[in-house]
Design a protein around this ligand. Structure first.
Ligand code: NAG
Ligand code: NAG
Length: 387
């Protein structure tokens, strides 16, 4: 019952369409200005509204984003020469020392100091606003190349600005690294930057493989061993079920682990040491478990007792660390909240099922014990009455 409920929930969450109207469509501006198009940008809780003037080769834009802290900055840029930060022709907004919002232009030629200066194209009517926790940049931007309405955009948020009014570098979370891509000003189509997009896909694959194996299949496999064994009828069957489910969980987990190691080696300068170290420890412990399967002494062997302690201890360590690391991973990936919710529902359903089965197992064990205890007495009584 509970399991069919959570399966249904997961399926609904997975297939639920995301055709709702974009959030940006509900955003209004103080001057009641209307723009032809808007999109919810895929990272950093940001939005872009714009109206393209094809005849003049200009575009009026409004960029909306929450700065990383109230003293921070937000930025939107076109990069005419590539994708990403280097070469981006940026508009950056923040609150100046006198309390008013400033919007300045920055020709970002390297990852080093960001220096105020003219851009490769004209920008007019710059204006900034800060209210309701979001900063807005208004500007009219000349297209870098006449008639070219597909541009590379980059957007960013940062946490602080120096006293001299220089934006301090932003964080290096996935959102900060993936906030770029092409923008088709005519159709409104966007795509993550080639790199950013495939990276997001890789991260999602990594997340799904690991959540399924370490976060769901391993705990289920342990439940099979612990609770099926209580039924004598399931005797050899539980062992093969447990073994095969853990070996397949290990195969999926190993693939997920490999994608994680690869992602780690590809993201230079970005370190999630906690998540990574737990992942490595998990993989080692699970590999030990596979060896344990082949090195298991026969039932009744004098080492079997120690083997059991070792095998069970390692198993519980694997599920504890596995579930912990799924949550750490969810924090890093920060997908839409339904994914975290789905995982919480699955893992708590498993917890409830385990709890019920645990109680059930203890009842069976006690019943068996009491049967064993009363039997000799019964026999004795029968003998005495016969005598
Ligand atoms: C506030 O400071 C900014 C930048 O230093 C300057 O451009 C702006 O004119 C100032 N505003 C007022 C009202 O003084
Ligand atoms: C922006 O920086 C690049 C690289 O330093 C330089 O080639 C270009 O001329 C600059 N653009 C302007 C408008 O100063």
């Amino acid at each position: 019952m509970a399991s069919s409920f959570f399966l249904l929930t997961v399926v609904l969450l997975l297939i639920s369409p995301s055709h709702a109207q974009p959030t940006c469509a509900t955003q209004k501006f103080t001057n009641n200005e209307r723009y032809d198009r808007c999109i919810d940008l895929p990272e950093l809780g940001s939005y872009l509204h714009w109206s393209l003037d094809v005849a003049k080769d200009t575009v009026d834009i409004v960029f909306i984003a929450p700065p990383a802290t109230p003293d921070g900055w937000v930025s939107w840029a076109i990069n005419p020469t590539g994708e990403g930060m280097v070469g981006s022709q940026s508009l950056i907004a923040f609150t100046a020392a006198n309390g008013s919002m400033v919007v300045d232009t920055y020709n970002v030629s390297s990852y080093g100091a960001v220096v105020k200066g003219k851009l490769d194209f004209d920008v007019t009517d710059k204006k900034g606003e800060y209210s309701d926790g979001v900063m807005r940049i208004f500007a009219t931007v000349e297209l870098p190349e006449k008639g070219q309405t597909v541009v590379n955009q980059v957007w960013q948020v940062g946490g602080s600005v120096t006293e001299g009014g220089v934006p301090v570098r932003h964080a290096f979370q996935p959102g900060n690294l993936g906030s770029k891509g092409s923008l088709d000003l005519l159709s409104g189509e966007i795509s993550g930057g080639g790199n950013g997009n495939s990276k997001t896909k890789k991260r999602n694959i990594h997340g799904i493989l690991n959540a399924v194996s370490w976060g769901i299949l391993f705990p289920v496999g342990i439940m099979i061993a612990r609770y099926l064994r209580a039924f004598p009828a399931a005797d050899p069957a539980w062992f093969y079920l447990h073994g095969s489910s853990q070996v397949s969980a290990f195969a999926i987990g190993a693939a997920g682990w490999g994608t994680g190691m690869k992602l780690g080696s590809e993201s230079k300068g970005v370190k999630y040491s906690g998540h990574r170290n737990i992942g490595i420890a998990l993989f080692c412990l699970a590999t030990l478990q596979v060896f344990a399967l082949f090195l298991r002494p026969k039932v009744g062997h004098k080492f079997r007792f120690y083997w059991n302690i070792y095998h069970h201890g390692t198993g519980y360590a694997v599920i504890t660390l596995g579930i912990l690391n799924v949550f750490k991973g969810l924090e890093i990936l920060s997908p839409s909240s339904k994914w975290k919710l789905a995982y919480i529902i699955i893992i708590s359903s498993l917890g409830i099922i385990a709890f019920v089965l645990e109680a059930f197992t203890w009842i069976i064990v006690f019943k068996r014990k009491s049967v064993k205890v009363t039997k000799p007495n019964g026999d004795a009584r029968r003998q005495s009455s016969a005598a």
